[in-house]
Design a binder for this molecule. Sequence first.
Ligand SMILES: *[C@@H]1O[C@H](CO)[C@@H](O)[C@H](O)[C@H]1NC(C)=O
Ligand SMILES: *[C@@H]1O[C@H](CO)[C@@H](O)[C@H](O)[C@H]1NC(C)=O
Ligand SMILES: *[C@@H]1O[C@H](CO)[C@@H](O)[C@H](O)[C@H]1NC(C)=O
Ligand SMILES: *[C@@H]1O[C@H](CO)[C@@H](O)[C@H](O)[C@H]1NC(C)=O
Ligand SMILES: *[C@@H]1O[C@H](CO)[C@@H](O)[C@H](O)[C@H]1NC(C)=O
Length: 437
Amino acid sequence: MERTFSLALLFSFISASIFLKSAIAADTIASKQSLNDTETLISANEVFELGFFSPGNSKNKYLGMWYKRTPGKVVWVANRDNPITNTYGELVVSENGNFVLLNQSKSTIWSSNISSVAKSPVFLQLLDSGNLVLRDDTSLNYLWQSFDYPCDTLLPDMKISWDKDSGRERYLTSWTAPDDPSSGDSTYKIEHKELPQLVLFLGSAKRYRTGAWDGVRFTGLTAIPNSVIRPFAESDGHEWSYWFEQNKDEFFATVITVTQSSSVQRLVLKDEGSEWNVLYSIPNQPCNNYGNCGANGICRLSKIPTCECLQGFVPKSDKEWKAFTWTSGCVRRTLLECRGGDRFLHLLGVKLPDLLEFLVNKSMNLEECKAKCLSNYSCTACANSDIRNGGSGCVLWFGDFIDLREFIQEDNEQSIYIKLASSELGKDFFHLKSTLR
Ligand SMILES: *[C@@H]1O[C@H](CO)[C@@H](O)[C@H](O)[C@H]1NC(C)=O
Ligand SMILES: *[C@@H]1O[C@H](CO)[C@@H](O)[C@H](O)[C@H]1NC(C)=O
Ligand SMILES: *[C@@H]1O[C@H](CO)[C@@H](O)[C@H](O)[C@H]1NC(C)=O
Ligand SMILES: *[C@@H]1O[C@H](CO)[C@@H](O)[C@H](O)[C@H]1NC(C)=O
Ligand SMILES: *[C@@H]1O[C@H](CO)[C@@H](O)[C@H](O)[C@H]1NC(C)=O
């Protein structure tokens, strides 16, 4: 009883320490105005709040943003890698049009770093979307916006992106620890490929990937109920972007966040002021672990053991495979013949293998794609790059298949054609959802 009480007290204290701040009843501060570390900005419809905070036991001060009525989760931090280490912090919109964070002795600890000098008064405004923007009166474009600098959380309409010309990337980076928002080891980004996929990295190692975008969704991300969000991945010819729209009827808010334990979580707030719930957390099962079944293995949750060699392939090391060590993977039982002796094994409902050595040609159809693959000895598989309108475009794989998994869901239309020596196609030694072509 006493314990419950003290816990309750603790929680009310935590929220009180944020709520007791004197909110300046405004969403905007203008040039030469400032916000001290007990004041906060609140967006017009009171969705988001911006102010200084110190996470957990940390004595450092950070400028952060949270949903106003659910202040427990900070969704964005300005100076995550530049904390204010003394007791006092201040946000100022400077005369040259930047917004800067100052410590007690008025030293600049962090700056929005815009180089162009503003021609008219500049305003810093917190929008109801959770975008913190610097703007002036002369231009429709923002001089700076927090949506361009994601931290660990993707808000609706905020983008993860990769620009192939400039190399500029926007991606999520975990906090280092619960009381330290500095950039941690886990990142969630668009991979630099013609067919984008989202990849969760721990350091430089891939931990999970969504599978390539097939025009409708990421081929390995079937878990999201469409009632929660609508995902988008688009290219303007230079930049690939991923973002989502949320369904406002079902939830008050939903975000994607990358945790310190290197998982990607979809969080939802049922109602304004309720607690965050985890809708899913990935990787959550073996088939989501990158390359779980080794080269040319296929992961199937419905089977025990979950890893099997693809048809036409055998374990590289029988001994390891029998001990359920999959990392050594599988090799072809019969080498490809070329000279007209090869055929395709059609696998339906799979997360396409990782794009390591590959070619994409968006103007080829499936027949041209298969013919191209058959005519090149090094080509090992092919598929449509876009499944809309009956399928179009061509992806060719060269080399081993990494991170291939099968789905149980019947609605996954993505299929892949694996090249095998024709003598392998008669041997139907396991029951895969497959047809021979
Ligand atoms: C911060 O601003 C509030 C409201 O303007 C004021 O009451 C308070 O004294 C200020 N705090 C400090 C430390 O300057
Ligand atoms: C403010 O920051 C500057 C530069 O980092 C530092 O030299 C100074 O000691 C800090 N002031 C206080 C009061 O901590
Ligand atoms: C702003 O620019 C300075 C000097 O180039 C750099 O040291 C600092 O890290 C930059 N700050 C941010 C937030 O990018
Ligand atoms: C893509 O395929 C078409 C049709 O076969 C061909 O004309 C074109 O040259 C190919 N593009 C590239 C970049 O290979
Ligand atoms: C097969 O395709 C690869 C990758 O495009 C290419 O480098 C190679 O020259 C091709 N081989 C033949 C025989 O066309």
